[in-house]
Design a protein around this ligand. Structure first.
Ligand SMILES: [Fe+2]
Length: 254
């Protein structure tokens, strides 16, 4: 089975009801050409499933959610997401209590889940607030009790020194309270360490890799390219063969 994993896309409905906010964020509003390149790439690859690492929208609103839903649903493949901070926060940057309901209205789930991908378990963890939902550790323990390969997909990287070092090495000014799972300091060692063949994250807007406790850790760059702004390695996605766990990166427009 072929799995496409795509990083932050920060969709904004260019005709939505908050034009001033959209103008402030025009680097993510004016990305239609890259959104179409992403569509073309996905149609070319025709993966069996596509999973977003979150920040599918730039801020949580019915218009932006509908726009992103329409875009992703136009690619011709089934898709899922694990939520990012922007998927939960409104135009004022404050978390919206109704975010899960707004996404659910489009049929999109945000909660912790495990997907069976031809024998590979794909574990989606909600880390949108730089923490994880109560009970996540016990849930991960229950998954690990069953043998077989697992990968994880979550927005914010696990809270472990090698990932902190990776982020600060690339971008020394990053506030790790936000860019690592600072609100889940006790999750990694007992509940995550050594359990996954690979872990995939978004959130940082650059591409990064490291190997931690036998697990390949991958930070995905933006899945689209910003307008008038350059993010490192932007416009790349990764394709995973669920049988061999081989990865293949592809850039938009190539
Ligand atoms: Fe983001």
């Amino acid at each position: 089975m072929k799995l496409a994993i795509v990083g932050d896309s920060h969709c904004i409905d260019p005709h939505g009801p908050e034009p001033e906010k959209a103008q402030d964020r025009h680097h993510f509003r004016d990305t239609q050409v890259y959104q179409q390149q992403l569509c073309a790439l996905i149609r070319d690859e025709a993966p069996d499933l596509m999973i977003s690492t979150g920040d599918m929208v730039d801020w949580c609103s019915p218009a932006n959610i509908a726009y992103a839903h329409h875009l992703f649903s136009s690619m011709g493949v089934p898709w899922l997401m694990t939520p990012g901070n922007h998927d939960y926060s409104g135009a004022d940057h404050q978390p919206r209590a109704d975010a899960p309901d707004l996404w659910q209205a489009q049929g999109v789930e945000l909660h912790n889940r495990v997907i069976d991908a031809d024998g590979l378990r794909v574990v989606l963890v909600d880390s949108h607030d730089s923490g994880v939902p109560e009970g996540t550790g016990a849930w991960l323990d229950s998954l690990a009790a069953t043998p077989g390969p697992m990968i994880s997909i979550t927005h914010v990287p696990w809270n472990t020194p090698p990932l902190r070092d990776l982020i600060l090495h690339r971008q020394p000014k990053r506030d790790l309270r936000k860019y690592i799972q600072s609100r889940a300091p006790d999750l990694y060692q007992p509940h995550v360490r050594g359990r996954f063949a690979a872990c995939f994250f978004g959130h940082l807007h650059f591409q990064g890799h490291t190997q931690v406790d036998g697990t390949a850790m991958h930070i995905l760059p933006l899945s689209i390219c910003a307008s008038d702004r350059e993010y490192p390695e932007q416009g790349r996605i990764v394709l995973l063969d669920t049988a061999t766990l081989d990865l293949r990166w592809r850039a938009l427009g190539q």
